[in-house]
Structure formats: C-alpha cells, structure tokens
Design a protein around this ligand. Sequence first.
Ligand code: NDP
Ligand code: MG
Length: 390
Amino acid sequence: MRRVSIFGATGSVGQNTIDLIARAPEDYQVVALTGASNIAQLARDARRLRAEIAVTAHDHLLDELNAALAGSGVEAAAGTAAVIEAAARPADWVMSAIVGAAGLAPGLAALEQGGTLALANKESLVCAGQLMLSTAKAQGARLLPVDSEHSAVFQALVGEDMEAVERLIITASGGAFRDWPVEDLENATLAEASSHPNWDMGQRITIDSASMFNKAMELIETREYFGVSPRQIEVLVHPESMIHAMVGFRDGALMAHVGPADMRHAIGYALHWPERRTLPVERLDLAQIGQLSFRAPCETRWPALRLAREVMETGGLAGAVFNAAKETALDAFIAEEISFNEMAIIVEEVLTQMSATPGHIDATMTLDNVAYVDHLARQEARAVIHRRAG
Ligand code: NDP
Ligand code: MG
C-alpha cells in the first residue's frame, strides 16, 4: 500500500485525484487530506478514504470539522501551521493542489520528507522555483509535473537527451475571450471571464486562462522545470486544447502530446509514474474531430505573456512579486473592484515599483524572503488599486 496525501483535496485537482485513488482503495493508505472552506466535502472524503488526518487551513472552522468527523476515527486539525505539519507526515506520494502562494510552504515541507511531490500548484515554481528544486535535490525527493502542459513535455522527453532539445512549445486554448474584439475586453464581466471553453477548473485558474496569466505562470514554470532559457519556450494558441505541448528537437522533429482535456490524465500519469496504467479518460477520435488549429498569441490582447518574459529576464524574486500582485489583482477583479484589463496594469505597476527598491526582488531566495516580498507586493497592489479607484 502506498501512503498518499492530498493538499487542496476539496478543489478541482484534488477531487480529480480522489476520483482516481477511490477507484483502487486497496492500493492506497491515505495519510492527510487538506482543504479550506469546504468542510463538508473534506469530512466526507476523509471518512470514505479512511484518512489519518483531515486539515482545514482556516482556524475558525476547527469545531465544524471536528463535528463533521465525530466518531470517524479521523483526526482533525486547523490552521496554516497544521497544514504544513500534515505535509511533514511521511508519505510516498503527495499531491500539491492548494491554489495560490499558500501551496508553497506545504509543498516544501513535503519535499523535505524525500518522497514524490506531484505538483499542480504552479505558484510554488513561479515564486520559488530554485528553492523547490534545490530542496528536492538535497532531500532526494522527486518533483513530478501535474499541470497538463508540463506533464506533456515531461512525457515527450522520456528517453530523450535535453542537449537535443531546441524548444518547448506550450499550448493555450485562448480562454473565454480568444475571439472577442480586443477593445471589448475592458468591459468583460466576472461571469464572462469565469467560463472556460474546454476545461472544467477552479474559478481562479479559469479567469487566469482568459487573461493568459495562467499561461504566463506556465512560461515561468516551464523554465524552472526543464531548465531551458526563456527564448526556447513558445506559447501557441490552440483552441481545441488537444495538443498540450510539443518538444522541438534539433533534427527538426516536433513531438506532440495529444490527449483529452481531462486533468485525470496528467494526475494519473504522475500517480503511476514511471508506469502507464489504464485511466478513466476519453479516447480521442481524431477522424471525428477532423482538424486542429493553431495561431500565434497576440501580446496586445494578452499583456501577461510579455510580463512573464520580463519576470524571467529579471529573475530573483520577481516571480514571487508577479504572483502576489496577480493574486491581489485577481481578488479585486473577483470582488468587481477593477476591470478585466486593469489586472495586467496593476501587476506591471507593482513589478516596476518593487524593482526600483534594492533588497526586494534581488534578495536571496529563502522561504522567509519569498513570504516578505509576497506580503509587500500584495500591499503595493492594494495601494495601486486604491489609487486607481480614487
Ligand atoms: P480550486 O480553487 O478548485 O481548489 C483549491 C484548493 O485549495 C481547495 O482545496 C481549497 O480549499 C484550497 N485552499 C484555498 N485557499 C487555501 C489556503 N489559503 N490554504 C490552504 N488551502 C487553500 O483550485 P484548482 O484545483 O483549480 O487548482 C489548484 C492548483 O492547481 C492551482 O495552483 C492551479 O493553478 C493548479 N492547476 C489546476 C488545474 C485545473 O484543472 N484545475 C490545471 C493545472 C494546474 P476549499 O475549496 O475547501 O476552500
Ligand atoms: Mg496548464
């Protein structure tokens, strides 16, 4: 039996992970499940999977969680520190699927244990890629990509020599506003930005797909995972979301990964790696699909892509600033305080401001420094939002 833990168990990736694990209960001993607000779901899954411990990130929900777990034999805990402690419990395989920078510390704590970390939480790599990688290396832990594009690249690279790789191409559906006239974007509403043409995901990543902040994060994530230079990474708009990524080799070959838009493929690949096992995903009928299409991404429509390239150029803690400013701008868009286009304007302004102050972006990459610049960037983003509103 493999010991497994799922961080962000109540979310979209977490629930897809549970779906796979619950199909073969005899293979897994569930150690920890964590969530935040959705106590009913957390308790239901902890009971049926007989988890050792269920943790909510919210202190004030401990009584509710205890009540929901009464008589189940599942331990209950609450608070950010409890989430990190749960990550320190020995496990063979840990899914990191908390949303946002909150996923960084538990992911690092899991890597400290030296097992396998299946990483959906791309923010960890954007904020502190070098720290994640060096921790994994020092502890002999393995990091496996779960983000579909990165899983696709990883799969296309099996048995290949990185020396032979010329470029990595990650695809983007283009999100909700791919075909909108650019001038209409400033009036895009929250409801319009929250629906994705192909993937069924959490609300935040769905909006990030419409703005391409998701792809911007993935550019940085690609660089961290595969150690290529930013110039070697391309984004390609591919509305059908069937090719997830391509690897271009120096002999001109392009190896494409084609699969259904179902996260259970990438999660299942990371769960069973290095084996491939049967997974409950749709088998594509390409004759039925008929054709696939591609186009170049337009940086006027999606300024987030340009910002990500600037962040990679700057290096240091620019990724942590970028992510924190983006999360704050996204919160403000969700609260309907700012318009869709203002998200990128705010992130750019925060990056400019914080680059001008020594000791921020150029500080050493430690968990404390990442948390510190994250805090400053959120404050700065709030100040920019305030100024724009006034
Ligand atoms: P969801 O919003 O659906 O789920 C997020 C999870 O994190 C929930 O379990 C939520 O708990 C928990 N959570 C929220 N805030 C906190 C916090 N402060 N501390 C601890 N836990 C918290 O997100 P997704 O599943 O869509 O995404 C998870 C991660 O995976 C993200 O980094 C995303 O970018 C990445 N990803 C997602 C894909 C997808 O298909 N959805 C694809 C590729 C990557 P609760 O719900 O109980 O409040
Ligand atoms: Mg992705």
